[in-house]
Design a protein. Structure first.
Length: 634
């Protein structure tokens, strides 16, 4: 039996021989740069590969092919991207700056196509955006593609949006405008129209092994005993029947087939797709549905230890061949699981679904105990990583708080979620929200909520507090650390859009209510203070500019600030010699934070948002839904 060191050494010789066979020289600049990275990261990649795939007879061959692919990809990488690689390596904390502002949109819905999107770059710059997430834009099934999350080819842009060359050109334009391009890496599944899927459907054994396919119901039944139903409206359980009678794993829609990562060929093929994406000039990839990528019988098949190993392995491949590419995790799961992916060697960046959900929770209950507990307990993360703090995404709002946390506050998770769902879908008397229920599961009572920020905060209902609530939520997302993320269109108060009901491919997916077309009319009103759009835009700009000017908001350092008032959330952000004390009133009336709470703060502080000055030693009164970013007066 060889020791690990001996195995590594043997594997390395094998891989080096494969590189030689492939005619990849070590004696030019590209070759030397590649080899330096290979030396640094191969040991880790080998260990991961051996753990994940050691039992496969093809393990070593796959690893050798992977490294050949990595070097080929590195050689293909454009010079400006290599320059970016070096720049990012010199400033690894670039994404922690308070200058960072994220935004996302659908290319077709916001701008028609990639050429149209280019026209909006000056606006993005004017707004201060430095990170732009374009929703899935690759080839996908025509009618229903889960908004592009069913990818048919990772190498082709959807024809109506443009071409791969357009995407590369856009990435370059954005980079020159100081904006990083973010796209999804939908790597848990492909569409049923992907070439691999079609071969699997035709019975090809090699490609059948790319997916989880069983001849009869025995294994599907066994797995389904412990996995949850993500889209119960689409199909029960986790499997769907194929035309030839076999059963295939589809966690999401029946046309999204889960890839089988226990097969090393799948890992290598997807690593190739990832590197191809990186070479288009993508800065960050959003790792879609990370929790689902490894399946183990008898478990929930979510967040298995191997899911982490796979992310580390993908990451090691990037460090070798596309070093500046960063991963952002999309794990909308229990908070313990969410943080488990946040690691410089897995995903240094992650959505913060808990803070998002609990901001909405506090708006509904007018109480801050749950969000306050989450800030104390669950907000701190590795200093080299960053949350993406958002008010809403393109998806539903799921109430992902931990039941055990809630129980400490005498809140029953199940009942509380039921209340929140009825509140946000306007089934609760007096609610200001106009949301739509999503994926109600009668077996479990689970449900989620869809809608735009303006519709959920009361702007749509004409509630007098609607705009203040929007600013309150964005004021938290923009000050709580990491990268704030704006849903483009929210800055002018876009409302729910029912048009999806007329579209056969969308009608059954209520998330489309919150994915309106670019609201041209509202954008045209954005400088008119008489309009909602104008008022929202002016106040969002205020938040954006205040954040850009506040170094204390960079990074992640956060601590609670006790307000001794159940309606007022308090936390302190600090960095670069500046401390900012954030106070947020979730009540419908004015609330006081008493003088006693400010014994340790400077006596006079300025609200960074409005510039107003406060003599805090006499206490601070916040108007209904007001948010203050208080800092030492200068
Ligand atoms: C992610 C996406 C969501 C999609 C799912 C399946 O959760 O955000 O829109 O339905 O993955 O790919
Ligand atoms: C579920 C999944 C999440 C996905 C969402 C889409 O909540 O856990 O990953 O984004 O469904 O609606």
């Amino acid at each position: 039996m060889l020791s690990t060191t001996q195995q590594r050494k043997a594997a390395k010789s094998y891989v080096l021989a494969a590189l030689e066979d492939a005619g990849l020289s070590r004696n030019d600049d590209d070759g030397r740069a590649f080899h330096a990275r290979f030396e640094a990261h191969f040991p880790q990649l080998f260990d991961l590969f051996a753990t994940l795939y050691g039992a496969h007879e093809s393990c070593l061959d796959q690893l050798a092919q992977l490294i050949v692919l990595a070097q080929t990809s590195w050689r293909d990488r454009a010079d400006d991207l290599k320059t970016l690689d070096a720049a990012r390596e010199a400033t690894p904390d670039w994404f922690q700056s308070n200058q960072m502002l994220g935004a996302f949109c659908y290319v077709d819905r916001y701008a028609g196509n990639l050429a149209g999107l280019k026209e909006h770059v000056p606006y993005f710059q004017e707004l201060g955006i430095t990170y732009l997430h374009l929703m899935p834009l690759f080839d996908c099934p025509k009618e229903n593609s889960d908004g592009g999350y069913a990818v048919s080819s990772y190498r082709e842009v959807r024809a109506d949006l443009g071409t791969m060359a357009d995407l590369r050109a856009l990435a370059k334009d954005l980079r020159e405008a100081g904006i990083s391009l973010v796209v999804d890496f939908v790597f848990n599944h492909t569409s049923n129209e992907h070439e691999w899927a079609q071969k699997a459907a035709a019975g090809d054994p090699e490609y059948s092994d790319y997916y989880w396919i069983f001849n009869d119901r025995r294994m599907p039944d066994a797995f389904e005993r412990t996995v949850r139903e993500v889209f119960p409206d689409d199909h029960p359980g986790a499997f769907i029947q194929m035309e030839d009678g076999r059963w295939i794993w589809s966690t999401f829609h029946s046309f999204q087939w889960d890839l089988n990562y226990s097969n090393p060929a799948v890992f290598c093929a997807m690593a190739g797709e990832m590197l191809a994406l990186a070479n288009q000039g993508v800065d960050l990839i959003r790792m879609d549905a990370v929790a689902f990528i490894w399946k183990r019988l008898g478990t929930t098949c979510e967040s298995q230890p191997e899911a982490h190993l796979l992310l580390r392995a993908f990451n090691a491949v990037c460090r070798i061949a596309a070093p500046s590419l960063l991963f952002k995790s999309e794990a909308i799961v229990h908070p313990d699981e969410v943080v488990s992916y946040i690691d410089p060697e897995e995903c240094p960046i992650s959505y913060n679904p808990l803070l998002m959900a609990l901001s909405w929770e506090a708006l509904a209950t007018r109480k801050v105990e749950l969000i306050d507990q989450a800030i104390t307990r669950r907000q701190p993360i590795n200093a080299d990583c960053a949350w993406v703090n958002y008010v809403r995404s393109h998806d539903d709002i799921g109430w992902t708080f931990a039941d055990e946390d809630a129980a400490e506050l005498d809140i029953l998770g199940f009942d509380h979620r039921r209340f929140l769902n009825s509140f946000y879908t306007n089934q609760f008397e007096g609610s200001f929200a106009r949301g739509v229920p999503f994926q109600y599961n009668p077996k479990t009572g689970d449900c989620r909520v869809c809608g735009t920020t303006a519709s959920l905060t009361g702007v749509e209902a004409g509630d007098a507090g609607g705009i203040d609530r929007m600013i309150l939520l964005y004021g938290i997302a923009f000050s709580a650390g990491g990268i704030p993320l704006l849903s483009l269109g929210d800055e002018v108060g876009q409302l729910n859009d029912d048009a999806y009901k007329q579209n056969p491919g969308q009608a059954k997916d209520q998330r489309w209510v919150g994915r309106p077309l670019r609201p041209d009319v509202l954008y045209a009103q954005r400088f008119d203070p008489e309009t909602n759009a104008g008022q929202i835009f002016a106040r969002m700009k205020q938040l954006i500019e205040a954040r850009r000017a506040a170094p204390g908001l960079a990074g992640n350092a956060i601590r609670p600030f006790p307000t001794d008032n159940p309606h007022v959330l308090g936390y302190v952000r600090s960095g670069d010699g500046q401390e900012v004390c954030i106070l947020a009133n979730f009540a419908d009336d004015a609330q006081e934070v008493a003088a006693d709470q400010f014994l340790e703060t400077p006596p006079r502080m300025t609200d960074l948002i409005t510039g107003e000055s406060y003599h805090v030693r006499t206490g601070v009164t916040l108007a209904a839904h007001q948010i203050l970013w208080l800092s030492l007066a200068v």
